[in-house]
Write a protein that binds this ligand. Sequence first.
Ligand SMILES: [Zn+2]
Length: 377
Amino acid sequence: MKNAVFLYSEQLEKYSYPKGCPFKIERTPRLRKTLASMGLLHGHGRREVEPQPAARHMLEIFHTPRYLDALKASENGGWDIDALHMGIGGPDTPVFKGMHDYGALACGATLYGADLLLSGEADIVFNSFGGFHHAGPELAAGFCYINDVAIACLHLAQRGQRVLYLDIDVHHGDGVQNSVYDRKEVMTISMHESGRFLFPGTGFEDEIGEGEGRGFSVNMPLPPRTYNDAFMRCFNEIAIPLINTFDADIFVFELGADGLAGDPLAHLKLTNDVYQRVLEFLLSQHKPLLMTGGGGYNIDNTVRAWSLAWSVATGVHEDAEAMKFGLGGVMLESTDWMGGFHDHDQPVTDEQRRRVDPEIEKTIRKLKDTLFPIHGL
Ligand SMILES: [Zn+2]
């Protein structure tokens, strides 16, 4: 039995991005309500823990003091042109009350999870309100202000850990990749819709790291309408051999749910089966596992995907399925959903295969040519 911690703070519920912004903090309270209603937060090694905001010196592992000051000042009416130059107050990084403290709380949760894994008090932790992978040292971007996942990776590396950071959010995990681009203690693997079509416009096959870090940044850009089997082909052929060779001490897994079909901001056609399959591989490696949320702008799908992830991670997936027509179904409040945590199948057309498959093959070939030799594969 694994010790699994679900991180949650009611403090979250007082924050909200401005009306009209697609990022909804309410995803996390809804996820928690769903899991609690099904009895999936307690017993059998599971527990819920309340995190505290990260201390300023921890935020400064990655962010500059100038940026953190501007973030804090902006929410109190001190927003100015310098802040805007750091991305604060842009269309996807609106100023809202408490934005600094909200970011610090999310970061505190991710760091607390990392420390629980380091001390051996937990085997698996899930911070569904973390995963802000776009923020830079002095940059707010893509709904992200404080990069909790970069900070956690750097913190773990400082503690002597070899970290595997896997990011399946539909957007490239640019902020995390950049933070460790020249380091070999952290391998970043990002699978995302190609930057040719989607923010942040980066994450191509030739971004492989530099200096000591050469070969430790891995990018799999995916074409629009990528479907489950095509995604898994990339994962199986590229990610698995690299993860095996790297042999990390700890896994950090960013599970943005915006790659699922029906997400209003992106164009992939995945179902949450992919999340289960990737997670099952990670679990089979028996390493400490830090899971975070990320994007996910279809709220029903996101809550369902993360419910599935938690139930798979804690080994109660079968039980949860058996309850599919019970209370959990009511709590998920979905209109087009018949019960259970799994999405409807997404039929794949021949035309879709004709467009997607050659792109996937090209990416696999490029990465095998450039990255595999560096790792002796
Ligand atoms: Zn995203």
